[in-house]
Structures are given as structure tokens and as C-alpha cells.
Design a protein around this ligand. Structure first.
Ligand SMILES: *Cc1c(COP(=O)(O)O)cnc(C)c1O
Length: 390
């Protein structure tokens, strides 16, 4: 029997046809599908504009770069996230400052966030962990009071809503970033997107993803063009372009987003119902003012009800071909962060206890009911075997 992974892409015949059409045409990189994908994406998340880039990491990098950070500047990031969230602050020449998380939701702790603000703090990068929205009005209030920028890391959260607004609409933030890695809600192989409302950011991001170059004569330093061949490099940018055939895949996937999210939510509700009377684990709290798009389904083992630690359960599930995963190892475990930031694990009790007990179960649109029942059955067998009978 094949391993059931924790996440995977869903590629339809129609998706493949969409890509093939582009490959048979004249443009392979940066053709008309790029602008169409950006337009449709902006529409899907209700933002003014969207700029595509080559990965979610590139999106984070450029979003941070657009803030013009100085080496002494600090940006607040959750202590438990994928490394790329915090790495992007280093890329932009500043320093991330780690904030503890709330173990009930996996999201950044507002209490610790306020404590970590000092005179060097310039911004906040909240992560909507597992697709579950952060309390964005609270974040905005804190940011506005201290004149901080807010970049939402929406890499888990395409299709999620907060106060009935789609995440990425930037009602409560300056910019939002997305990833199209295969385990995320829609995929382009590798790929990413930045959304926002302020047009100034859009022009800058379009340049930054293309070496810092613009061909728009309205943006030229002397206000005019020497000829139609002319371009200006205005700052140091990168080649972070997303290709036309990747955008064709993105366009086709975007049409399926509503179904994808509905299916993920259905799977999540099925798990929640199955686990409702289990003493051995706890599901993450759902934000009552939000709607999760369930990039992940994370449980926390109630270790006081078990005779073994998470590792034993994890390895036993893997042995039975259930592809569980751990999201995430806190950043202060990483040698790079231990070397470059002064962090003490004791400062992050929320992230610490979350990391000890968390486990991500399979969730993706093509997961069948039979497969999901197998996951639940095997998990139940293991937890019964290892339960702590006092
Ligand atoms: C996936 C992910 C990223 C990075 O996206 P890539 O497209 O893989 O570069 C950043 N932040 C979070 C929270 C992610 O899950």
C-alpha cells in the first residue's frame, strides 16, 4: 500500500491542457498568462493588485525589501513558522525578533507581541498558521499605534477569511504573500504572489522581481525615454519572474480553489467529529471570527494521557504508511538562529509545548474518505495501545 502523504497537489486533465496550450504558443516566460493570473488572483482575494514571483520565499523577500529596512531595524515574526518567514528579514538586511505563539491556535501570541516591541521595531509578519486567521484587527491596532508595517504570511491561508474578508485583501495590512508550492492550496510547481492595495508598492515590486528594471517611461528618472529600446535599472532587483506556463497552471488551479477549500474543510470537520470524544488529543481552536482554509490539520497529543512521547506515535504512523509531519520545529532550535539571534528557549513556553505535542495529519483535496478512515483507524489503534492507564 502507498503512503498517504500529509499534503499533495491535485492536477486535473484541464490543468495539463492549460499548460500545454502555453507551451505550444510563442511565450514561455512572462507572456500574457502572467497578467491574467495576477488579475484573477487579485479578484479571488479581493485585493487591488497582485504581483507574481518565483516562490513564496521570493514574495517574502521582496515584501520585506519594499519596506526599506536598516540593519538596526527589527521585524517581529512568530518563533514557530517555516524558516522562510524569518529568513526574509535577514535577506532585507534587518533582524527578525521572535515572538512566542499561542499553543491553542499555533498563531502569534498578541500578549508576547506587545512585549517584544521596542524602539527598533519596524514591522510585524504574522503567519496564518495552518490556514487559521490571526486576529488581524488586533494586529492592525497594535501596528498603527507604533507606526509598524504589517506583512501577512498567507502561505497557508489562500481561501481563508477573517471577518468575512478574504485573507490577502489587505484590509488590515500593507502586503500579503502567498506560496504555490505543491502542498499549498493551489500550485504552479514553485511560485508565489504578493497582494496589496497601495499602487506604489506594486510598481516597486514589479521592478524588484525583474532586476530593478522598468520600461515604463512614466517612471523614468528624467521623465522621458531615449527610444522604445530604453529601460532603466532603478534599484538592485532580482530575477524572480514566474513563467507563463506556470501562470497558466495557476489560472487553471485558481478556478478550482473554491472546491479545494470546501473539500479541505469537509475533511477537517470529519476529523474533528471523529476525535470529539478522544481523550488522547486536542484539535486546534478555530477562530470564531474567521474561516480557516485548512492548509494543515494539526492535532496536539495530550501527552499526560499517553505512556510514550510524540516520536513513538510519529514513527509508528510512518511505519503504517501514514505520512504525518511536524509543523514546525521552532526557529530557535536552528543553529543559524541560535548563532545570529540571542534567544533562550525558555522565552517561548507556547512554542515549546506546541512543538512537543503537535502532529499534522493528511489533508488535501484528493484524500478519499476511505483513506481518511484508515488514518483515523490506525491513529485510534495506536493511541489506545499507548494510553496511560492509571
Ligand atoms: C511554504 C511557505 C513559505 C515559502 O514558500 P515557498 O513557495 O516554498 O518558497 C513561507 N512561509 C510559510 C509559512 C510557508 O508555509
Amino acid at each position: 500500500m502507498k503512503t498517504i502523504p500529509y499534503g499533495r497537489q491535485s492536477i486535473s486533465k484541464k490543468d495539463i491542457r492549460g499548460v500545454a496550450e502555453i507551451l505550444e504558443g510563442d511565450w514561455i516566460t512572462q507572456g500574457p498568462a502572467v497578467a491574467r493570473f495576477e488579475e484573477q488572483f487579485a479578484k479571488a482575494v479581493d485585493s487591488r493588485w497582485a504581483v507574481s514571483v518565483s516562490s513564496g520565499t521570493a514574495a517574502l523577500h521582496l515584501a520585506c525589501l519594499a519596506q526599506g529596512l536598516k540593519p538596526s531595524d527589527e521585524v517581529l515574526v512568530p518563533a514557530m513558522t517555516f524558516v522562510a518567514t524569518a529568513n526574509s528579514v535577514f535577506y532585507a538586511g534587518a533582524r527578525p525578533r521572535l515572538v512566542d505563539i499561542d499553543p491553542e491556535t499555533g498563531n502569534i501570541s498578541l500578549e508576547d507581541l506587545v512585549k517584544k516591541i521596542n524602539r527598533n521595531t519596524r514591522g510585524i509578519i504574522p503567519v496564518h498558521f495552518a490556514g487559521s486567521p490571526v486576529l488581524m484587527d488586533a494586529i492592525r491596532k497594535i501596528a498603527a499605534g507604533k507606526n509598524l508595517f504589517v506583512i501577512e504570511d498567507c502561505c497557508h491561508a489562500l481561501g481563508a477569511r477573517y471577518q468575512n474578508q478574504p485573507l490577502g485583501s489587505c484590509q488590515f495590512s500593507d502586503l500579503a504573500v502567498f506560496s504555490f508550492h505543491p502542498v499549498k492550496h493551489i500550485t504552479t510547481g514553485e511560485g508565489g504572489m504578493i497582494t496589496g492595495r497601495d499602487p506604489k508598492y506594486r510598481d516597486l515590486l514589479l521592478r524588484l522581481r525583474n532586476h530593478g528594471i522598468t520600461r515604463d517611461s512614466r517612471l523614468f528618472s528624467n521623465g522621458e525615454s531615449a527610444g522604445s529600446w530604453y529601460y532603466e535599472q532603478q534599484e538592485l532587483g532580482f530575477n524572480y519572474r514566474l513563467t507563463d506556463f506556470q501562470c497558466a497552471l495557476g489560472l487553471s488551479q485558481l478556478k478550482r480553489l473554491k472546491q479545494f477549500v470546501a473539500r479541505r474543510r469537509e475533511i477537517a470537520q470529519y476529523y474533528r467529529k471523529a476525535f470529539s470524544d478522544w481523550p488522547w488529543l486536542t484539535c486546534l481552536d478555530e477562530n470564531p471570527r474567521g474561516m480557516s482554509s485548512y492548509h494543515l490539520f494539526v492535532i496536539r497529543l495530550n501527552l499526560d494521557k499517553l505512556r510514550v512521547d510524540r516520536k513513538v506515535i510519529f514513527e509508528a504512523l510512518r511505519k503504517r504508511r501514514i505520512g504525518v509531519q511536524v509543523h514546525y520545529i521552532p526557529l530557535y532550535y536552528q543553529p543559524f538562529y541560535r548563532k545570529n539571534l540571542r534567544v533562550k528557549p525558555d522565552d517561548f513556553p507556547g512554542a515549546g509545548c506546541f512543538y512537543e505535542s503537535c502532529l499534522s495529519l493528511p489533508i488535501y483535496p484528493d484524500l478519499s474518505l476511505t483513506e481518511q478512515k484508515r488514518v483515523i483507524r490506525i491513529l485510534s489503534q495506536l493511541l489506545t495501545r499507548y494510553q496511560n492507564i492509571r
